[in-house]
Design a protein around this ligand. Structure first.
Ligand SMILES: *Cc1c(COP(=O)(O)O)cnc(C)c1O
Length: 486
């Protein structure tokens, strides 16, 4: 299997190189040059780990099977609260797929507990002697998951930039208290798009890259622009399907729908890749918050950045520049290079009709902040089930989809974070009378109210020592990187 840039098919690399580089030298993203087909029957009964091995080995063809196996067993071990890695909750005719039982309580752990192993093995294979500097822009969850994954991994440094005013107190505390000799965390006065754009710029700054190479450093990325993030995310869509078969909720071969709360389009793209490999998915329900640029795109074929950025109660989805859409455009054979240039120059692009038609298995919808809170409340009252704000966005958009289409296809909703990361808004939803002065005290309040077990990673978080207090302006991101590497 080779990987090629979305912007230039002549740039082809191995899986190891794609993972190490993070982004192609022309600013494009690496995509697999084909989608291997897989027989569902052959996967029945596999554990999560063994399923991950079967899928990853089809993509990581320059890794040995032993390398893949050992990486996967180390990634998905007792760090995950549940042995099966993913948990499910059935509500009416859908399953909530809980992807947040890893160390940092968000679905980012699903890929980021594996990526460091893949990256260090790839570096060894390629004979790379330099230290890997893993640059990471985060809307709240990627940062912590990358920090945990790369903490004290030899030959790596991990550098995270988060929007200082745009994430929950608990998300922030998780990052600024991060231990590890090789971890660096900075708040920026700006939003996720600012952070991601600055990081992407560093990747294509040949002068800076050459200078740092002489100093013994090489950049890589922990963001979902790295194909090493996407491949492990394909696995759980297969897992959720096989689970539904096992529980007799569907018959082998039946189509399902998936609902994904979406920001950078990585998670939902992994579902699309699963379909390309043979998983029967009928509709991809792409759920957005009030930053609903993707809803508009799916409905009209025009991607238009000319709008205001909003900080919402589902901050990990506060994104306007959705990177992985570029991979999707490549998949439907749109003119990626032209669209990306138009986006840069005019702030928008429009798909040709014949390309837009290919998007007919996508449904786009969004939930307002109020609808999100009402959904948490309704779900708790009706099903005694507590969901976080991001999952609630998905559940609300799913409700709208059902009302509009009357589609009764069995559905899997991706649940992307623990309610304990967003205690303020979850409590506000289920009991508006509670005083909301301290997100950390609300951890106990949420437990007392709902009986939901307090996950280990948030216990004692309030008292942890702050090790990374710095907040910088968005224009000094490049400078900061040079300074810490000097
Ligand atoms: C990152 C994240 C999302 C968005 O996922 P994408 O792959 O960027 O679309 C949704 N919910 C939570 C909780 C997240 O951390």
């Amino acid at each position: 299997m080779k990987y090629k840039s979305t912007r230039n098919p002549e740039i082809t690399v191995s899986a190891s190189e794609a993972i190490l580089q993070g982004i192609a030298p022309d600013g494009g993203l690496y995509v697999p040059d084909n989608f291997p087909q897989i027989k569902l029957e052959d996967l029945m009964g596999l554990s999560y780990q063994d399923l991950a091995i079967e899928i990853c080995k089809l993509y990581l063809t320059d890794f040995t099977e032993t390398e893949i196996k050992s990486s996967i067993y180390k990634a998905y071990d007792e760090k995950f609260k549940t042995e099966e890695v993913v948990k499910y909750k059935t509500i009416q005719r859908y399953n909530v797929m809980e992807l947040y039982h890893g160390k940092t309580l968000a679905f980012k752990d699903m890929a980021l507990s594996l990526l460091p192993y893949l990256m260090t093995k790839a570096a060894k294979r390629m004979g790379i002697k330099e230290e890997l500097v893993v640059l990471t822009a985060t809307s709240g969850d990627t940062g912590k998951a990358a920090l945990e994954g790369f903490q004290d991994v030899p030959q790596t440094k991990v550098v995270v930039f988060y929007p200082s005013e745009g994430i929950s107190d608990i998300q922030k505390q998780q990052m600024i208290t991060q231990a590890g000799e090789n971890t660096y965390v900075f708040g920026i006065k700006g939003n996720f798009d600012d952070a991601q754009s600055a990081v992407k710029e560093v990747f294509t700054d040949e002068v800076l890259k050459a200078r740092l190479l002489r100093m013994g450093y090489r950049f890589s990325s922990a963001n979902s622009i790295n194909i090493g993030r996407l491949i492990p995310q394909i696995v759980y869509y297969f897992h959720s399907y096989l689970y539904a078969v096992k529980c007799n909720q569907i018959q082998m071969g039946d189509a399902i729908n998936v609902v994904v709360p979406t920001g950078n389009f990585g998670n939902i793209l992994a579902a699309k890749y699963a379909k390309a490999m043979g998983l029967p998915i009928k509709t991809f329900i792409c759920a957005s918050n009030e930053n609903h640029i993707l809803t508009d795109f799916i409905q009209t074929g025009t991607y238009d950045l000319n709008r205001n950025f909003k900080v919402t109660n589902s901050p990990s989805m506060d994104i306007l520049i959705s990177s992985n859409l570029e991979r999707y455009l490549h998949y439907v054979q749109a003119n990626v290079k032209k669209h990306m240039t138009d986006l840069k120059v005019f702030g928008s692009y429009t798909l040709k009709d014949e390309i837009f038609k290919k998007m007919d298995d996508f449904y786009g919808g969004y939930a307002t902040e109020k609808e999100t809170l009402d959904m948490i409340d309704a779900c708790y009252k009706e099903n005694a089930y507590v969901m976080d704000t991001h999952t609630a966005v998905a559940a609300k958009v799913f409700e709208k989809y059902q009302e509009e289409t009357k589609d009764s296809t069995f559905t899997v909703i991706a649940s992307t974070a623990s309610p304990y990361k967003f205690t303020r808004d979850v409590i506000k939803a289920i009991d508006p009378k509670v005083l909301l002065d301290d997100d950390f005290e609300l951890i106990q309040v949420l437990h007392d109210k709902t009986g939901l077990e307090i996950p280990r990673p948030v216990q004692g978080l309030a008292e942890a020592e702050v090790l990374h207090p710095h907040v910088i302006s968005k224009i000094s991101i490049k400078n900061t990187i040079e300074t810490i590497l000097r």
